[in-house]
Structures are given as C-alpha cells and as structure tokens.
Design a protein around this ligand. Sequence first.
Ligand SMILES: *[C@@H]1O[C@H](CO)[C@@H](O)[C@H](O)[C@H]1NC(C)=O
Ligand SMILES: *[C@@H]1O[C@H](CO)[C@@H](O)[C@H](O)[C@H]1NC(C)=O
Ligand SMILES: *[C@@H]1O[C@H](CO)[C@@H](O)[C@H](O)[C@H]1NC(C)=O
Ligand SMILES: *[C@@H]1O[C@H](CO)[C@@H](O)[C@H](O)[C@H]1NC(C)=O
Ligand SMILES: *[C@@H]1O[C@H](CO)[C@@H](O)[C@H](O)[C@H]1NC(C)=O
Ligand SMILES: *[C@@H]1O[C@H](CO)[C@@H](O)[C@H](O)[C@H]1NC(C)=O
Ligand SMILES: *[C@@H]1O[C@H](CO)[C@@H](O)[C@H](O)[C@H]1NC(C)=O
Ligand SMILES: *[C@@H]1O[C@H](CO)[C@@H](O)[C@H](O)[C@H]1NC(C)=O
Ligand SMILES: *[C@@H]1O[C@H](CO)[C@@H](O)[C@H](O)[C@H]1NC(C)=O
Ligand SMILES: *[C@@H]1O[C@H](CO)[C@@H](O)[C@H](O)[C@H]1NC(C)=O
Ligand SMILES: *[C@@H]1O[C@H](CO)[C@@H](O)[C@H](O)[C@H]1NC(C)=O
Ligand SMILES: *[C@@H]1O[C@H](CO)[C@@H](O)[C@H](O)[C@H]1NC(C)=O
Length: 515
Amino acid sequence: MPTLIELLLIWTLLWDAILCVSFDVLATVDSERQNAIRSQRDLMMNVTVDQLPLVGVNLGKVVLNSGSANDTESLIGMHSLMKSGVQSFMLDLELRNDSWGVKDTNVDFGTFLTSFESFVNKTDDTLSANILTLHLNISNGDLPSNSSFGDDQGLISVDPSNPMLNLTYVLDQFVGRQRIYTPDDLRTDRQVGNTFDTSGKSGSGWPTLNSFLYFKRKRVLITEVSNRLNYTEVPYIFNNTILHYDVGNKTLETPDTIGQLLYVSTISWRYLEAEFTPAEIQQYIRMGYSPVIANYHNVGNLTEISQLLDHSIIWSWGDGEPIAAFTTATPKNSSSLVAYNCALLKYYSANSSAFWIVGNCYDRKQGLCRYAEQAFDWEVTEADDTYFAFDQHSECHCSDKYQFALPRTPLELTSLMMHLERSGTQDKEIWIDLNSIAVSDCWVTGGPYATCPYEKVVSRRNFVAMLTPVTVCCFVILLIVSYLNLLRVPIHSNRKKWRKVVNEFSKTELDGVPL
Ligand SMILES: *[C@@H]1O[C@H](CO)[C@@H](O)[C@H](O)[C@H]1NC(C)=O
Ligand SMILES: *[C@@H]1O[C@H](CO)[C@@H](O)[C@H](O)[C@H]1NC(C)=O
Ligand SMILES: *[C@@H]1O[C@H](CO)[C@@H](O)[C@H](O)[C@H]1NC(C)=O
Ligand SMILES: *[C@@H]1O[C@H](CO)[C@@H](O)[C@H](O)[C@H]1NC(C)=O
Ligand SMILES: *[C@@H]1O[C@H](CO)[C@@H](O)[C@H](O)[C@H]1NC(C)=O
Ligand SMILES: *[C@@H]1O[C@H](CO)[C@@H](O)[C@H](O)[C@H]1NC(C)=O
Ligand SMILES: *[C@@H]1O[C@H](CO)[C@@H](O)[C@H](O)[C@H]1NC(C)=O
Ligand SMILES: *[C@@H]1O[C@H](CO)[C@@H](O)[C@H](O)[C@H]1NC(C)=O
Ligand SMILES: *[C@@H]1O[C@H](CO)[C@@H](O)[C@H](O)[C@H]1NC(C)=O
Ligand SMILES: *[C@@H]1O[C@H](CO)[C@@H](O)[C@H](O)[C@H]1NC(C)=O
Ligand SMILES: *[C@@H]1O[C@H](CO)[C@@H](O)[C@H](O)[C@H]1NC(C)=O
Ligand SMILES: *[C@@H]1O[C@H](CO)[C@@H](O)[C@H](O)[C@H]1NC(C)=O
C-alpha cells in the first residue's frame, strides 16, 4: 500500500513529465540544429579564421531594401538571420548630409550597429559566441558628385567637424573597440607568432578561431570592399586586399586534385556573392567558398531563405543530426551494450556524398585516420572495432604516423570524399574523431576520453536565471532518467545531462527565421 507521500511524489513526477515533454516537443527540432552548429564551431577551433566556412547575406538584397517598407521589421529580420547562423553581412552604406546611412532605407549606420550589437551582446558567452564579419560597400549616396564630401571614384572625405561622419567614432559608440578585431590586432598577433598560414607557418596568416574568440575575446571583423575610405583615418576597418570577394561568378577553379585543394586553401577569406539554388550553395561550400546570398527577398518572404540556409550552414551533420542519445530507442531485451554518443561518417558511393550521423559507440566499424598534420591526406583503417579502440594514446589501427581524425572544414571533407571515391570505397560508415561520451550533446574531438569544455561554464553561468520551475522539474526527471540510463549504459560515471540546461538559456536563439 503506497503511503500518501509516495502518492504525492508519483503525482508530482507525472505532472513534471507532462511539463517536460511539452517543453521538449517545442525545442527538439531546433536544439539539434543548434547542437550541430555548436559542434561545427567547436571542431573548427584550431582552424584559422580566414578558412572558416561562413554563410553570409547581402543585406540590401535580402532584407534592408525598399521592398521592406518597415525598417524596424527589416532589422528584426536581420536579427533572425543571425540567430539561424548567418555570420557574414554585406552592407551597402552611403554618405548622407549628417550621418552614414544604409542604402535604400531610412536606417542610419548607428541604428544598424545597435541592432547588430544587441545580437553580439546576447550571444557573448562561451556556448554561443561566434565570429561575425561585416563587409561595407560604400557609395556617395545622393550627394552630388562634385560636393565637398567626395567624388565618384576617389576616396571619400568627410566633414571632420561632424563626429557622426567619423566611422571610427561611430563604431566606438555603437559596437565598441573591444569587440572589433582591427588591423592593429592582426599586426600584433603576427608579431608574436599567434597567426598561422595553411602551411602551418606562424607569423603570417590569421589567428585560429579559438584564439580569436576566447583569447583575444573578439567577435567582429569589418572590411570595406569598395576601396573608398582613407585608411589612415579608419583604424578599425580592413581594406579589400585581405579578401577574395567574387560577385556573380566564381573565379577560383573547382578543386579536383589535392594540389588544387592546397592552392585554394592558401587564399584567405574566399567569398562568392551570388543568387544561389539550394543545390548550388551546397556545392560552393564544398569547394571552399563562403557563400553570400544575394537572392532577392524582403521582410514579407524572408522565411523563404531558410531553404538556402538549410543547405549551407550545417555542412557536416546529416538532416536532423546529431540526434539526442536518449531519444534513440533501445531494444528492451537487448543484452548488447548501447551508447549513441559517437559520430560516424556515412558515405554514399553512388553520388559520392558524405555526412555525419550518431552511432552506437559499441558497434564495430572502420575508423578514419589522417597523416600527421596534413589536412588532406586520409586513410581508412582495415580493422573494424568499437569506438573506444580508436584512442590516440594506444594503438588505434591507424598506420604509422597516421592518427584518428575527422574532417574539420568543408574542403577537408571534399578531399576525403575524393579519397574514398578514388579508392573505390563502397557505401560505408566510418568512425570519426568526434563523440559526446563525457557529456551527452557536448561533441568533442580528441579520442574517446576527451572532456567537454563547457561543464564548468554551464554550472557557473547565471544559474539563477536558468533555474526556472520547468528546468528544475526537468532536472529531477533527468536525474531519474540518467540514473536508469546509467544502469543500462555502462560508459562512464561522469555522464551528465546538461541538455535541458543548455536548452533553457539558449531557447531564445532556437527559433530559426520566424516572422
Ligand atoms: C587543437 O589543437 C590542440 C593542440 O594541438 C589539441 O590539443 C586540441 O585537441 C585541438 N582541438 C581541436 C578542436 O581540434
Ligand atoms: C514597423 O513595425 C513595428 C513592429 O512590427 C511597429 O511597431 C511599427 O509601428 C511599424 N512602423 C510602421 C511605420 O509601420
Ligand atoms: C543635404 O544637403 C543638401 C545641400 O546642402 C540639401 O539640398 C539636401 O536637402 C540635404 N538632404 C537631406 C536629406 O537633408
Ligand atoms: C552591449 O553590452 C555593452 C556592455 O556590456 C553595453 O555597454 C551596450 O550598451 C550593449 N549594447 C546593446 C545594443 O545592447
Ligand atoms: C557595391 O555597390 C555597387 C553599386 O553601388 C555595385 O555595383 C558593386 O557590385 C557592389 N560591390 C560589391 C562587392 O558588392
Ligand atoms: C556640381 O556640378 C553641377 C553641374 O555639373 C553644378 O551645377 C553645381 O553647381 C556643382 N555644385 C558644386 C557644389 O560645385
Ligand atoms: C574620429 O574619431 C576617433 C575616435 O573618436 C578620433 O580618435 C579621431 O581623431 C577622429 N578622426 C577625425 C578625422 O576626426
Ligand atoms: C588621408 O587622411 C590623412 C590624415 O587625415 C590625410 O593627411 C591624407 O591627406 C588623406 N589622404 C587622402 C588621399 O585624402
Ligand atoms: C591593406 O591592408 C594590408 C593589410 O592590412 C596592408 O598591408 C596594406 O598596406 C593596405 N593597403 C592599403 C592601400 O591601405
Ligand atoms: C557568369 O557566367 C555566365 C556563363 O559563364 C555568364 O553568362 C554570366 O554573364 C556571368 N555572370 C556574371 C555576373 O559575370
Ligand atoms: C520575395 O518577394 C519579392 C517581391 O514580391 C519577389 O521579387 C522575390 O522574388 C521574392 N523572393 C522569393 C525568394 O520568393
Ligand atoms: C529479443 O531479442 C531477440 C534477438 O536479439 C529478438 O529476436 C526478439 O524478438 C526480442 N524479443 C523481444 C520481446 O523484443
């Protein structure tokens, strides 16, 4: 006979379960996407910032245009693009009588930057921070070409008595020096050997994403594509010589050999601005371009852009991956061990495509190895084994000098697909160096025993704010579920569930492109 206390407890648990489930249903679809984006960022930590695959938009073409009558709504539209993972922004800027303004709108640059900065502020933590690039295309606006402000082609010179025309001042006021990675920062980084080029040489090239975000604590890099500014006066802005910015048609060859891949990777900041179809945008990403979407949209049909974003932002994981470990049904009477916490590369030979899926770490598969630090030199092990056997510190079935690895950029993935195609590989699933064994949903590289870098962050972060009733209830349920799970999944005693915690505070960033 259950006591009253027990009945109460059961009632509470039941109620909690209902709350949890209803909460989860709303969040699951997008939380996988968010996890995929975060895991991509994390595995690219050692990639230099100029080699990252960034998805961009030409703001004038997609939202800040005369087709979008309400400027407030246009800026909200930009915000939702940022939330869904767009990281590069081409902005048409024009000089007005008393300020800089966004072309074809009544938005002035300060208002734009405030909106931009509010996203940066909201995502300024270890879990969500990512690099953003802003590219300015500057024109004279409606000022007569012979006005004292400048001329058609030459450098734009402004009235020095008006601070709102001083771009440095405007950026200081609305973004803040501390967020911007400036040409001076690059010079310093190069002097101290904190930058790398593709051959791995320090002192030239660019800093790694890790150093950019977490050591320099920078978020934004600003360039001007139009070459109209006097660079002795704008110390925060890079000139267009750092970029390879194609408009309309690509000018780089489609890489088809390792040599061509190596050549492409020596070029920094490769952008292609064009109107894309979903299939094309995916192709260009795999060629090593950062696409800048210029398909015409306005606030009314901005949601249509999600098709393009779905084919570009996540270049690694398959659709709906990484599925959460505990949602994977396990056979009730299964006597074998089950832990859906390891990543497999799924290769289809028919169309030579590959993406990642979550697999059971105890399954026996071949593994992926890379030669030393060579980006494009791959090998697939002959032996099948469980994921745990691919530990870098022990023998891991890789040949001499090869190490358990994963493709860290779309170009590396392309080179791997070339390797598999040329070696006549059949459809196949291969272990790659990516797992969430230590903490579910926290995907790390570095072998089966790598730890999740966020455990501390999660517990320290404004915990009070996260302690909403739902989270607490869910947490209780999760403890029970984890406990039951632990009984069945004998991986590690430090296995934790922090998914709910993450969901709760990144909930606001989960809604794709609403409107
Ligand atoms: C980055 O490089 C360091 C040192 O080589 C290594 O310990 C770390 O695991 C790497 N991180 C990633 C995400 O590749
Ligand atoms: C623009 O949109 C905002 C938010 O939807 C609304 O509050 C505002 O009144 C609109 N302004 C105009 C001029 O329509
Ligand atoms: C800009 O200045 C010119 C001449 O000084 C004036 O004719 C024009 O109306 C002004 N435009 C705006 C938007 O104030
Ligand atoms: C962003 O944060 C900084 C400091 O944390 C603050 O000064 C600034 O006003 C914030 N900007 C916006 C747009 O929220
Ligand atoms: C900059 O804007 C001009 C028109 O104002 C356009 O012709 C040019 O292609 C733009 N440049 C880039 C790189 O988008
Ligand atoms: C600019 O040029 C137009 C004709 O070319 C002339 O009428 C006008 O006075 C000039 N304006 C200034 C400020 O020189
Ligand atoms: C522009 O503003 C910056 C920062 O406020 C200031 O240091 C600089 O002297 C200004 N430049 C000019 C040309 O006035
Ligand atoms: C660029 O700005 C500097 C400093 O304000 C000035 O001395 C120089 O003449 C300007 N160059 C041009 C081409 O306008
Ligand atoms: C453009 O920037 C590069 C690197 O920051 C610098 O070396 C070069 O002198 C700059 N060129 C011009 C014309 O300002
Ligand atoms: C791109 O290339 C196609 C065919 O090669 C050509 O018809 C088109 O005009 C080019 N577009 C631009 C913007 O150069
Ligand atoms: C969005 O609407 C505009 C104007 O109605 C149209 O020109 C454009 O093609 C539409 N874009 C998409 C992607 O549907
Ligand atoms: C138990 O597992 C065996 C083989 O693993 C399977 O054939 C059988 O149908 C399972 N029984 C149930 C009740 O799921």
